[in-house]
Design a protein around this ligand. Structure first.
Ligand SMILES: [Fe+2]
Length: 246
């Protein structure tokens, strides 16, 4: 089956619409979401309602938990805290209830595992090899998809005498064929708030039959989202960072 894999949508409706428009050409059959549907962005109900209606499997993110009142946002930075309280006030009861009931990752779909942060801890970041090593140790499947960092990328583990060597692919190919004797942690990147220096919305297509992952980026109307953020009186920095992709 071909999956459209989305993560970190962050209430960015314009980015989601652009991704869906671009992904049409990839002929996918199911949609998987790695969490952080809301938080930061100005369109929490539009994005949550869409994901609730269309995604086949969704795991919860740390912002999903905070924005529906399931957990505290005390550990968040100032802008994230402010946007969490704003989102809590903006979400409909129905959407809040749906977010409260999202499962914790990992969740298995066919031969894939889905997590928000890491296989061993849904809230843990995996930016670097040493952080990915712990995740790889706990991974149940050959291929695990994760989000949370907002960085599109891949960690690959190759068997060696002392176990396995992990490296991050710095030059990410558009098409990545899974090698039968390696293990992978794949990040589709963020739809709604990329932080890898590329402001374009990110997503991934994975074919579970051929074991091929495709990494994609698409431009969207950042200016409209920025205007909505400012009109909602959300912190200005949340608008500015969309343009830099940082
Ligand atoms: Fe996120």
């Amino acid at each position: 089956m071909r999956f459209l894999i989305l993560s970190d949508l962050h209430a960015n409706w314009e980015a989601l619409v652009a991704v869906l428009g671009d992904a049409k050409r990839h002929d996918y059959q199911a949609i998987l979401c790695l969490g952080d549907v809301v938080g930061y962005g100005p369109s929490p109900n539009e994005v949550t309602t869409w994901v609730r209606t269309h995604a086949d499997v969704v795991v919860r993110g740390n912002h999903d938990k905070a924005c529906c009142g399931l957990t505290s946002c005390e550990t968040f930075g100032t802008a994230a805290q402010y946007s969490s309280y704003w989102t809590l006030g903006a979400l409909t009861d129905e959407n809040k209830e749906w977010l409260r009931n999202l499962p914790r990752g990992p969740v298995q779909v066919e031969n894939l595992d889905l997590v928000h942060g890491a296989p061993d801890d849904e809230d843990r970041y995996m930016f670097h090899e040493h952080e990915a090593a712990t995740g790889m140790h706990h991974a149940r499947e050959q291929v695990t998809f994760f989000g949370h960092t907002h960085v599109q990328g891949c960690f690959v583990a190759e068997p060696c005498r002392r176990g396995f060597d992990i490296r991050r692919l710095d030059a990410l190919p558009v098409t990545l064929a899974v090698n039968w004797n390696r293990r992978y942690l794949l990040n589709p990147g963020a739809v709604g708030q990329p932080r890898d220096g590329d402001p374009r919305a990110a997503y991934c297509i994975f074919d579970s039959s051929s074991y091929v992952a495709e990494f994609h980026r698409v431009e969207y109307d950042i200016r409209t989202v920025q205007d909505k953020i400012l009109a909602a009186e959300l912190p200005k920095e949340l608008a500015f960072r969309l343009a830099s992709g940082e």
